[in-house]
Design a protein around this ligand. Structure first.
Ligand code: TPP
Length: 637
């Protein structure tokens, strides 16, 4: 496509040569470019469409990269990428070996702070501002945070601290009244109340501007003005929450009026102390399908540009949906069951409960820590909370799992979608650590289903288990279309032999059971008869079965889509050590590093956990004596 300005904008310095009217045309061109590219490859769309003018105005006024822009989450950073040297490679975003869908320090000096998880920007920006002052430098630090991310407690911890440190720091609140789902929490009602009180802010800005120019007497006048302001607050109270935390509040401003944004940023950029600039935007702005259905077009696969219809593959339902439906089925029979999500009703499948049994559904905001302790509280009263939180986001609530749930033996069911490698979102979102961080918690039961029927059975097992906390983790993906059966409880801590063999035993959990079965077929063609065991439970691990296997085989292989450190393989090693039968063990799992982004199949091949990769390693293991590395451990008494 022919663009008038976009082709000549490689870096923010090119942008700064344009006038405001040219910037408006550029904004239009960037939207077209964004829609064009993302309609072909998918990605996060709505948030970036909504922050085009904001991004341009920030890079226009602030001297990036010397001035430092910290984006929260990073999914709204696409425009930032396009104008900071990555337009030519933008079509590779989220693709294997392409640029990241989030901000990444190793990708560009303009990506000041990496993100993917929400609510980190103010903390990071405050740290940068503090370091800047140590170094005697004077660059500006700006954090950009959405109203959704503002439901996360960390944002307030950071503001509370900023108010004491009094660093020169600008926080831009990009308020589109949407998280992924509608932002329904008290804080967003508060933001909305601010949008009707513009006059006060104008008065206030003038007072601060005037007194700021009066140097020595300015301080005294400011104090008087401050008292005056306090008086005013009794009448109108915009920004009071921020002011109480030590921030000066400005706004709200129309986030699509680029000239107003530029004027505002110019006016505030040299003011002292922590400032909060409240900007209102429309998610999906400028693309009708995304404006009309902000939720569906938050993150998209490839889609038809004209209609906005996404090219989703038809096929069996996602495991997410299987879980959501099974939960409703169980909750209809057990009135103690409630579902809790941290701002991800659709992503976790809890939207089905929300629709069917709204009084049993809770969306607590992007607040995983609170979600877990909220569940713990309900569990003390005999309710059975099902906390449906992506594997990667539950990392946030590690202490709450230990201190609030497990230590008190509370029966909370953790359902972790997106276990293993998630694909295009990459290392910030891979569920690579859950089997390790859950397994080490005393009293925790940890299971991983091999397919959708087992997922349903495990959910019932977890809900009926009253011995304490239980976790179920499963990958992003679809059901395998096996015929549906009625939900049944499973014996806790028991695995099952799926394929009998006599040369080597492959023990797997979750998605890796399917890979192990396929690997066994590859091995069969090589004349190796592999036994395949679906262990189901990472904790308690099935020692009886392990004892039998250790008696039957000389070589035993574990496979998991979790880090090799401390996960399922480690559980097997520990159990074998107790059992004390000599057997050679090979642990296969994710390497001890952060795996990049790409399609899951490419990534599993990259780390050697695809069926052929597993078969190769098994062959090598049983054929080569004395194999070295962490992968092989000799267990003997
Ligand atoms: C800790 C954490 N939990 C959940 C998410 C999933 N998530 C990604 S973006 C988003 C909504 C963010 O809303 P907001 O900050 O208002 O940005 P918007 O998309 O509306 O621009 C959520 C819940 C996340 N990234 N991090």
């Amino acid at each position: 496509m022919e663009y008038k300005y976009l082709h000549s904008i490689n870096f923010p310095e090119d942008l700064r040569k344009l006038g405001v009217n040219e910037l408006k045309i550029l904004a239009q061109e960037i939207r077209e470019f964004l829609i064009d590219t993302i309609s072909q490859i998918g990605g996060h769309l709505g948030a970036s469409l909504g922050s085009v003018e904001l991004t341009l105005a920030l890079h226009y006024v602030f001297q990036t990269p010397d001035d430092q822009l910290v984006w929260d989450v990073g999914h709204q950073g696409y425009i930032h990428k396009i104008i900071t040297g990555r337009r030519d490679v933008f079509h590779t975003i989220r693709q294997f070996h392409g640029i990241s869908g989030f901000l990444k320090r190793s990708e560009s000096p303009y990506d000041v702070f990496g993100a993917g998880h929400a609510s980190t920007s103010i903390s990071a920006a405050l740290g940068i501002a503090t370091a800047r002052d140590f170094m005697g430098k004077d660059f500006k630090v700006v954090a950009v945070i959405g109203d959704g991310a503002m439901t996360g407690g960390m944002a307030y911890e950071a503001m509370n601290n900023a108010g004491i440190l009094k660093k020169n720091l600008i926080v831009v609140l990009n308020d589109n009244r949407m998280s992924i789902a509608p932002n329904v929490w008290s804080i967003s009602n508060y933001f909305s109340s601010l949008t009707v009180t513009g006059a006060y802010n104008k008065f206030k800005t003038n007072v601060w501007d005037l007194t700021g120019k009066l140097d020595s007497v300015g301080d005294r006048i400011r104090r008087v003005a401050g008292r005056l302001e306090s008086g005013m607050k009794a009448i109108v109270t915009p920004g009071m929450l921020f002011e109480a935390l030590g921030f000066r509040y400005f706004g709200p401003f129309n986030g699509h009026n680029i000239s107003q944004l530029i004027t505002t940023f110019r006016e505030v950029k040299d003011l002292k102390g922590p400032l909060l600039i409240h900007v209102t935007t429309e998610k999906g702005k400028g693309y009708l399908p995304a404006e009309e259905d902000t939720q569906k077009l938050h993150g998209v696969v490839a889609f038809d540009k004209v209609t906005g219809t996404q090219f989703k593959k038809q096929g069996p339902p996602s495991l997410t949906k299987v879980f959501g439906e099974a939960l409703v089925e169980i909750a209809r029979k057990n009135n103690k069951v409630v579902g809790v999500t941290a701002a991800m009703p659709d992503g976790t499948g809890l939207n089905i409960l929300q629709k069917e049994m709204p009084d049993k559904f809770f969306d607590v905001g992007i607040a995983e820590q609170h979600a877990v302790t909220f569940c713990a509280g309900m569990a003390t009263q005999g309710y059975i909370p099902v906390a449906a939180i992506y594997s990667t986001f539950l990392q946030r609530a590690f202490d709450q799992i230990i201190h609030d749930v497990a230590l008190q033996h509370l029966h909370v069911v953790f359902v972790l979608d997106r276990g293993g490698l998630v694909g295009a979102d990459g290392p910030t979102h891979h569920g690579a650590f859950d089997l390790s961080y859950l397994r080490l918690v005393p009293g925790m039961v940890v299971m991983a289903p091999k397919d959708e029927n087992e997922l349903r059975d495990m959910l019932l097992t977890a809900i009926n288990y009253s011995g304490g906390p239980v976790a179920i983790r499963y990958p992003r993906g679809n059901a395998s279309a096996s015929p549906e059966k009625s939900i049944e409880e499973l014996p806790v801590g028991r695995g099952e032999v799926l394929r009998v063999g006599n040369d080597v035993a492959i023990l797997a959990v979750g998605l890796m059971v399917e890979h192990a079965l396929k690997a066994a077929e590859v091995l069969e063609r090589e004349g190796i008869h592999a036994e395949v065991v679906n262990m189901r439970f990472v904790k308690p691990v099935d020692k009886e079965l392990l004892d039998e296997i250790a008696g039957k085989f000389n070589h035993l292989v574990t496979v998991e889509d979790n880090t090799i450190k401390g996960g399922f393989g480690s559980a097997v090693l520990e159990a074998l050590q107790e059992i004390g039968k000599p057997v050679r063990v090979l642990n296969l799992g994710l390497p001890d590093l952060f795996v990049e982004h790409g399609m899951p199949d490419d990534l599993y091949e990259l780390v050697g956990l695809h069926p052929e990769g597993i078969a190769d390693k098994v062959l090598h293991f049983i054929n080569v004596e004395g194999t070295s590395s962490r992968e092989t451990v000799l267990v003997s008494r």
